[in-house]
Design a protein around this ligand. Sequence first.
Ligand code: KMH
Ligand code: ZN
Length: 277
Amino acid sequence: MALGTLITVAPTGAEARKRDVPALPVTLDELMLTAKECVAVGAAMIHVHVRDDRAEPTLDLGRLRETVAALRAETDLIVQLSTGGAVGDPEEARRAVLEARPDTASLTMGSVNFGDGVFLNRWDFIVDLHVRMRDRGIVPEYEIFDLGQLHALRRLLDEHGLPAGGHVHLDLVMGVPGGMDGTLESVAACRAAMRDLPEDTTFSATGVGRSTIPVMLAALAAGGHLRVGMEDTLTYAKRRPVESNMQLVARAVGFAQLAQRPPLTPKQARELLGLPA
Ligand code: KMH
Ligand code: ZN
């Protein structure tokens, strides 16, 4: 399959603190500036977590709606909202994220220790998000923190059918303390486990912290796509903090070009993911 590379930027996340990382985009203005910079250098999708006025993570629906509207008005990025939120966010608020009507939304395929916390994703909740997304025409990106979650994804599709758009796309989130490590071996094990998923399933991968570069290289070699951003990576190189999300996207674009898999435009990425044009 001749394939370009879908580059997703995850600019903020729910974990890093603004006081520790001043370059983290937390206001709508900062997010919009980041989004425009990132699409200009080659990102096609944005994975969004929003913050409140104190820069704390929030699932406030008004803020999410405002963010979706601004991204749509000012960029052609595919808009993905996180239904993962922050560790401990209640299911009700995570479910309600879908009412902001993004193009796509993340859907984590199981529970995992997450540093000192537990990122809880009960089976019934997973099924509920899958069905609600399909009812609303929202395309899920299945988040995989550990190998077994790929088997859970197969069960979900077997028992509850394909997602909106009919295409299955997943994201390997690697190197979270508590989940799978960010290594070539883990990428290869996940790639092998995908044989039980629909044949045209696509995947991206992101390596947290030090695993950022090994995961990026392994994912490209395995035919995967890339997610990069300050949600996952705050150090660019030894003793060199990340300056901006654009810097991380630009590096991913360079790697993708070296692999002769240039970045997909947002329009091409929509086609890949089964989203309406
Ligand atoms: N913040 C993590 C607990 C997602 O966005 O769907 C969950 C997370 C996954 O970031
Ligand atoms: Zn996230």
